[in-house]
Design a protein around this ligand. Structure first.
Ligand SMILES: Cc1cc2nc3c(=O)[nH]c(=O)nc-3n(C[C@H](O)[C@H](O)[C@H](O)COP(=O)(O)OP(=O)(O)OC[C@H]3O[C@@H](n4cnc5c(N)ncnc54)[C@H](O)[C@@H]3O)c2cc1C
Length: 308
């Protein structure tokens, strides 16, 4: 027998926890399933400076602890270490399968976010945990006073590069274009930081070393010339891939896997909503994930009240 709840939220980041807060306040019996621990991606972000209400900034972990405490305080049931492997819809009920058990619900909100995209170059998987990382906050301290490379030119790359600069000797920013995409305030800070060196028009083609990262081979995107940059660590921020494959045929996705939603964050399956980074949208931030979570929850509440 599957455990039944009126609403099931899959994913415990900003979108999922916000949806939980709204559903609990609406009196909907709700369960949140999270594959790791509650909090989502921001748990690994050292300092959040653009979430309204915190003019001095706040650590990502502290912010998400507050989200979790708020949701739990309203009675939201959160099952951690419960990875959803499949969702199906039959006869007006959703069946949600995790690695350990199964659940049934009237409606579902998927808020599973994204995971870092890979560069897919030789050495990347071989040196994972031996110099290759996708999380500066988690692994930066292993590179105290060493030289590292950050790959990418967006917000995440520059934000994480700046936080690494507090620990390491030098941060090479390897970017395939001649200008950054990151917000101007981050760019200004990075250009002022004497520990940051920019390698423009360069793309990584190989990572090498003996048992541990020792260098990264980069190709000049204009001339095709190769050069070696000696580093002990490589932090990769080249985009993200949505965690949506478990949805099978129940939601339409774009080529990259981001779910297509209507203006109410609904999908082609009645009662299935998507909120946060996992859906196709133009800005992936905590503030937009929070807005999505609230909107999806209010629309799911309406759906459940009709079906009750
Ligand atoms: C390095 C970095 C720095 C950032 N800095 C900022 C910043 O300064 N300010 C800002 O506003 N935004 C920042 N962001 C973006 C922000 O983290 C995201 O926009 C936000 O976390 C999206 O929230 P979400 O709830 O959609 O997804 P997430 O926070 O990614 O949460 C998704 C949750 O779903 C869980 N999950 C995934 N698959 C499953 C499954 N199959 N079953 C169960 N659970 C699952 C995950 O474990 C995770 O807890 C940053 C992102 C990165 C990568």
């Amino acid at each position: 027998m599957s455990e039944f709840h009126e609403a099931i939220i899959i994913g415990g980041g900003p979108a999922g926890l916000t949806a939980g807060i709204y559903l609990m306040r609406a009196g909907i019996d709700t369960l949140l399933l999270e594959k790791m621990v509650s909090g989502g991606t921001p748990v690994n972000t050292e300092h959040i400076e653009n979430y309204p209400g915190f003019p001095e900034g706040i650590s990502g972990r502290e912010l998400m602890n507050r989200f979790t405490a708020h949701a739990k305080g309203l009675g939201l049931a959160i099952k951690e270490f419960s990875e959803v492997e499949g969702v199906s819809f039959e006869e007006g009920r959703f069946l949600i399968k995790t690695t350990e058990s199964s659940f049934e619900s009237i409606g579902v909100i998927v808020t599973t976010g994204t995971e870092p995209a890979k560069m897919n170059i030789p050495g990347e998987s071989e040196f994972l945990g031996m110099g290759i990382s996708y999380c500066a906050t988690c692994d930066g301290s292993f590179f105290k006073n060493l030289d590292v490379a950050v790959i990418g030119g967006g917000d995440a790359a520059i934000e994480e590069g700046l936080s690494l600069a507090n620990i390491v000797r030098k941060v090479y920013v390897v970017h395939r274009r001649d200008a950054l995409r990151a917000q101007k305030i981050l760019q200004d800070r990075a250009f002022r930081n004497s520990k940051m060196e920019f390698l423009w028009n360069k793309k990584p083609v190989e990572i090498g070393g003996k048992g541990q990262v020792e260098y990264i081979l980069v190709e000049d995107t204009k001339t095709g010339e190769h050069s070696k940059v000696e580093v002990s660590g490589v932090f990769v921020y080249v985009g993200s891939r949505p965690n949506t494959s478990f949805l099978g045929c129940f939601a339409d996705r774009d080529d990259a896997g981001f779910v297509l939603t209507d203006e109410n964050l609904g999908t082609k399956t009645e009662g299935l909503f998507i909120a946060g980074d996992a859906r196709k949208k133009t800005l992936r931030q905590i503030s937009t994930a929070v807005g999505d979570g609230a909107l999806a929850a209010v629309n799911l509440e309406r759906y459940i009240l009709e079906k009750r």
